[in-house]
Design a protein around this ligand. Structure first.
Ligand code: NAD
Ligand code: DAU
Length: 354
């Protein structure tokens, strides 16, 4: 069995590759363009394994992607490659449209051609899993409802809209061409190798440097947090046992306000790496993200009932593991920070970027 993982040098993709290599006998081809968010250092635990292959390719490059499929002959495609940071999509949406929509379209076409040329036996086993987000459903506001697989799409940010566009393409390729696709929509992930522009790692690293911890707006926005290794297990379960053509929502049933998350991080750091003044004194409210969704929450009932998936990590255990991982891996942080990833401030958000 051979998996082709797009975006495997990113946060979640690298967790998926580590999970497959460390827990199965399967082979993995990592296809990644190595944008500012892609780092091969995140795969150091598995990259010397002979079952692991790396191809530095842009998913928008159809010719090179054809060659990759022809050369590696994958049985499974796990599509994670994307521009993933909401704030960047507000500063400049172009790359999001190119990779998330056009790139997904090109990948679908390459996969379709490859799938049609497979033997009937291999064609019946082929699967294409598109990894999407809860952000496509938009803002729940303060209503106590949760997102189900039937929730109407209402994306708010350019990032969310680009992911919604990709989801529609993937489902159309199923209905029109019969490509055996499955879609997952997951909530906010956190854990090791999380790129330090996202809230949790940014707060940890700012705190350690004694910098302000910038909470957007009133800090009362709610996100539903899932430990990244639980997401990796969910994706492997879905691609192996999920029904073709179906969608599965993945989430940790763990709703927290951003202020609660930052306070929990400060408590852990006060315990694990005490400084003279508590880290809580660094919490600073800054201008809000434009179009900021108030609340997301996933109902993961379907994946739990039908595939028996449950998160193994609670927020308390997962967050502690995460803080300890960052404290022990500051060299990884320095390496990825050394790449020039700072956003250019174009004045759309007006926020100080850490
Ligand atoms: P990430 O930004 O950490 O990683 C993205 C990876 O894709 C990087 O390695 C990057 O180099 C690669 N990439 C970008 N453009 C590419 C292109 N054109 N061709 C090839 N490779 C390219 O993202 P992540 O947080 O790991 O998210 C992975 C996927 O999961 C995304 O599709 C995202 O929408 C989805 N998702 C993320 C979360 C989350 O909380 N992070 C939650 C739900 C869904
Ligand atoms: O919901 C799933 C999504 O989660 C994924 O699809 C995205 O790829 C991923 O980036 C993530 O998006 P968010 O916008 O929710 O993640 P981020 O870490 O950027 O922000 C989390 C919350 O924290 C959000 O409400 C904005 C807030 N925030 C963020 C940053 C970076 C702050 O208050 N301060 C910050 O400095």
């Amino acid at each position: 069995m051979k998996y082709l993982v797009t975006g495997g040098a990113g946060f979640i993709g690298s967790a998926v590759i580590r999970h497959i290599i460390l827990n199965t006998d399967c082979q993995v081809v990592n296809v990644d363009k190595l944008t500012y968010a892609g780092h091969l250092e995140s795969l150091r635990d598995v990259s010397s394994e002979p079952r692991y292959f790396f191809e530095e390719v842009d998913i928008c490059d159809e010719d090179k992607m054809h060659q990759v499929f022809r050369c590696h002959q994958p049985d499974r495609v796990l599509h994670l490659a994307a521009e993933s940071h909401v704030d960047r999509s507000i500063d400049g949406p172009k790359n999001f449209i190119e990779t998330n929509i056009v790139g997904t379209y090109r990948l679908l076409e390459v996969a379709r051609r490859y799938w049609m040329e497979m033997s009937r036996e291999r064609r019946n086993c082929f699967r294409f899993l598109h990894v999407s987000t809860d952000e496509v459903f938009g803002d729940l506001g303060n209503v106590k409802a949760r997102f189900s697989e039937e929730t109407r799409y209402a994306p708010s940010s350019p990032y969310a809209a680009s992911k919604a566009g990709a989801d529609h393409l993937v489902r159309a390729w199923r209905r029109t061409f019969g490509l055996p696709v499955i879609v997952t929509n997951c909530s906010n992930n956190y854990g090791p190798y999380h790129f330090p522009e996202k809230m949790i790692p940014l707060m940890i690293l700012n705190a350690l440097e004694g910098k302000p911890l910038p909470l957007y707006g009133n800090g009362l926005q709610v996100r539903d947090w899932l430990y990244v290794e639980d997401h990796a297990r969910a994706l492997c379960k879905v691609i192996e046992h999920g029904m073709v053509g179906e969608t599965y929502n993945v989430g940790g049933c763990c709703e927290k306000t951003n202020a609660e998350v930052v306070r929990a991080l400060c408590n852990l750091l006060d315990e694990l790496q005490p400084r003279e003044k508590s880290y809580h004194t660094l919490i600073t409210h800054v201008a809000d993200r434009p179009g900021h969704d108030q609340r997301y929450a996933i109902d993961p009932g379907k994946i739990s009932r039908e595939l028996g998936w449950e998160p193994m990590e609670s927020f308390e255990t997962g967050l502690r593991k995460t803080v300890i991982w960052f404290l022990n891996n500051l060299s990884w942080c320095r390496q990825v920070q050394a790449h020039n990833y700072q956003r250019t401030r174009l004045g759309t958000t007006g926020r100080e970027v850490a």
